[in-house]
Design a protein around this ligand. Structure first.
Ligand SMILES: Nc1ncnc2c1ncn2[C@@H]1O[C@H](COP(=O)(O)OP(=O)(O)O)[C@@H](O)[C@H]1O
Ligand SMILES: [Mg+2]
Length: 418
């Protein structure tokens, strides 16, 4: 029995692909060609849980349809295709959290199905079957547990260099993968000074920039899970780019979208970031479930963390910040650091002399190379706290569509400057 119905206004080929995925997942897919058709549908059916709209090809029609979703007391979330550029602009504009979601072409029908599923769960559409039962209860459906859909995106960030971002990202990833049996994707988003792969002894890995450049001719549309290289520890390692030049192909929203999709294949997506507040980092902040902020006990690092806290207030992500006091055995109290920085500490990592450097020089994580060292106990405690405080399922949505594009059914669809 269908759990919920999805109205779809997409070009024919996409409609066919998306409908077949949704039908397989147990949803009823209903094509709507015009706003009038949608209006009739909404007035006769109460079980439309999501509408998939095309905000790229037929903008006027989409505006009208979008208005209908909110007419007459309705509040039906839209999943909307938008041009990559528009999505980028939306990320920069109002940061209201609404239940609408956005995606860009090219996309896979399968990834769309996951998005719809997640949206319906969040909207808690009243249906005959429990939506939370999910696909696993459907005979013949693939065995994918609830958790698989909600891998956590954890970014490691501090706008100051040298505080331990890469060290913590690599070793927490190794800890989660090796000792906690978690599936981990470790992403090197530092396109300038990134050295995640080399510190794990991986040379000449195929990068996202490589794959997406090839994709322009092949149309392969590989996911991050497919592009990632495999480290002997089991971690999947993904490098954005080898060279800081020619990174235009790494369109920020597309990167953020691909990271979000990767949550379906991994329990944890750990992202090592370049220390800046540029467009790429901003969209990734928005998607992060947790932002781990390594802070060493020195004035420049503390100052940088205070600045980050202030930026985070403005970006409305302050509640995701968690400090890790790094090189913590130099006589400062964690409580003092918490007070000064204004961030709760998740854990502390002691100073480990040359241990991290030696492990990296040998191309391994310290978790593998020095498993019995005390600093690895610190890393383990950090990983345990991450697991204990993981957000059970909150997917992050994009910013408000109408906040940028203007009002309801009969309003001017021109893009508002923002
Ligand atoms: N707890 C620690 N004990 C000893 N050395 C550390 C510790 N944390 C980081 N380091 C070292 O400090 C240097 C900078 O760390 P890194 O992780 O590259 O910082 P970031 O990514 O923030 O620039 C590296 O050589 C690393 O091995
Ligand atoms: Mg680094």
């Amino acid at each position: 029995m269908p759990r919920s119905a999805v109205a779809i206004a997409l070009p024919h080929a996409e409609l066919v692909a998306v409908s077949s995925q949704l039908t397989e997942a147990g949803y009823e897919a209903i094509e709507v060609k015009t706003a009038d058709e949608l209006e009739v549908l909404l007035s006769t059916r109460r079980d439309i849980g999501v509408a998939i709209l095309d905000g790229e090809n037929d903008f006027d029609r989409t505006i009208e349809m979008y208005g209908l979703l909110h007419d007459e007391g309705r509040n039906i979330p839209a999943l909307m295709v938008v041009a990559a550029r528009a999505l980028d602009r939306m990320g920069m504009a109002g940061r209201a959290r609404v239940s609408d979601e956005y995606f860009t072409r090219p996309y896979s029908a399968e990834s769309l199905r996951w998005r719809v599923e997640a949206m319906l769960i969040r909207a808690e559409v009243p249906t005959d079957d429990a939506v939370h039962g999910g696909m696993i209860e459907e005979p013949g459906a693939p065995e994918i547990s609830e958790e698989d859909r909600h891998g956590q995106i954890v970014i490691v960030f501090n706008p100051k260099g040298g505080v331990g971002k890469t060290t913590i990202a690599v070793n927490v990833a190794a800890m989660l993968q090796i000792r906690k049996s978690q599936r981990v994707l470790l992403v090197d988003c530092d396109t300038v000074t990134g050295h995640v792969a080399s510190s794990l002894g991986m040379e000449n890995v195929r990068t996202v920039a490589d794959a997406w450049t090839e994709d322009l001719t092949t149309g392969a549309g590989e996911t991050f899970a497919e592009i990632a290289a495999h480290h002997e520890s089991g971690i999947a390692v993904l490098v954005m780019a080898e060279s800081p030049l020619h990174t235009e192909i790494l369109e920020p929203k597309r990167v953020a979208e691909a990271i979000t999709v990767a949550r379906q294949a991994f329990d944890w997506v750990v992202v090592d970031m370049h220390p800046d507040y540029g467009p790429l980092n901003q969209v990734i902040f928005e998607r992060a479930d947790k932002i781990i902020v390594p802070v060493t006990p020195d004035v420049p690092a503390i100052r940088a963390a205070v600045q980050l806290r202030e930026v985070a207030v403005e970006l409305e992500i302050r509640d995701r910040l968690a400090m890790v006091v790094n090189r913590a055995n130099s006589g400062v109290s964690v409580a003092d650091m918490e007070r000064t920085v204004g961030m709760p500490a998740l854990a502390e990592v002691r100073s480990a002399g040359m241990l991290f450097v030696r492990a990296a020089n040998e191309g391994r994580s310290a978790v593998e190379r020095f498993p019995k060292e005390k600093v690895i106990d610190d890393i383990e405690l950090l990983a345990d706290r991450m697991i204990a405080t993981r957000d059970p399922g909150a997917a992050k949505t994009g910013s408000g569509f109408m906040g940028i594009f203007g009002g309801g059914r009969n309003t001017n669809p021109s893009v508002r400057a923002s």
